[in-house]
Design a protein around this ligand. Structure first.
Ligand SMILES: Nc1ncnc2c1ncn2[C@@H]1O[C@H](COP(=O)(O)OP(=O)(O)OP(=O)(O)O)[C@@H](O)[C@H]1O
Length: 248
């Protein structure tokens, strides 16, 4: 089965790419390829001019719509564990190596993410927005150059979403990450992105529905923050909204 085909793009460091497209057209697969959880059957992906490592590494962090944190650990302990796990993966054994350094880094991350007052709470005591903050904090502890977000705010109320947008844009500016974010919300895509990638399947063979994959049909720079889609993409906005309904 071909999920994606003929992708050819060059993303500048520090870009905020938003990704939209119909349900099932391969957006999550694209993120998984950027994370090295999936390997393209043809072609190559490079990061800073070198082939992408064959497995997920700390230069890339990911946040999903629903993130499974350890329910029996507090916010703080979830972060300590995530950090220790990351360090031990990178440097071999380092558990307990520098409690002080760990504490300072976690304090800093909790502060950045606005979870300082919830550090001793358990995930079940957190709102959806706070749980996603925790998920983002865990991804940030890797100090990723590339942050991958798969519908991270899809389950949140609109008011909370707006707060999360401010938080994310602040982190993106401060940490100078390159971001790829899948969303079903076209307004969110235009508000947050510096570039929008639209995935669509344009080649169809009725005899062999799986023969062709989706590709990037629009790849547009975005300059007007908070502006809606331009008139030529009004139809696209409708399609994207439709797909939201279909997948809900
Ligand atoms: N592990 C898997 N094994 C087999 N097929 C898969 C697997 N994961 C995804 N697919 C298929 O690959 C295609 C693309 O899936 P993907 O999840 O990337 O789409 P998507 O655009 O992210 O969808 P959505 O917007 O609904 O999340 C789908 O047809 C899906 O059925």
């Amino acid at each position: 089965m071909t999920v994606l085909e003929r992708l050819n793009l060059d993303v500048e460091e520090g870009a905020f790419c938003t990704i939209v497209g119909a349900s099932g057209c391969g957006k999550s697969t694209f993120l998984r390829m950027l994370l090295s959880q999936e390997t393209p059957s043809r072609g190559r992906i490079e990061l800073d001019g070198a082939p992408l490592p064959g497995e997920p590494t700390s230069d890339r962090g990911i946040v999903f719509q629903k993130y499974s944190v350890f329910p029996h650990l507090t916010v703080e302990d979830n972060l300590i564990l995530a950090r220790e796990f990351e360090r031990s993966r990178l440097f071999g054994r380092s558990f307990g190596s520098s409690r002080k350094a760990a504490r300072a880094e976690i304090d800093d991350t909790l502060e950045k993410i606005g979870l300082g007052s919830a550090r001793l709470k358990y995930p079940a005591q957190l709102s959806g927005g706070m749980q996603q903050r925790l998920a983002i904090a865990q991804a940030l502890l890797k100090r990723p150059k590339v942050l991958l977000l798969d519908e991270p705010f899809g389950a949140l109320d609109p008011g909370i979403r707006a707060d999360m947008h401010d938080l994310l844009l602040g982190l993106w500016e401060e940490l100078q990450m390159t971001v790829f974010m899948v969303t079903h919300d076209i307004r969110e895509a235009f508000k947050l992105g510096t570039r929008i990638l639209v995935f669509d399947k344009i080649r169809h063979d009725p005899q062999a529905p799986d023969a062709y994959g989706a590709t990037i049909t629009y790849d547009l720079p975005l300059t007007r923050k908070d502006a809606g889609p331009p008139p030529e993409l009004a139809g696209l906005a409708m399609n994207a909204d439709t797909s939201t309904g279909a997948s809900a």
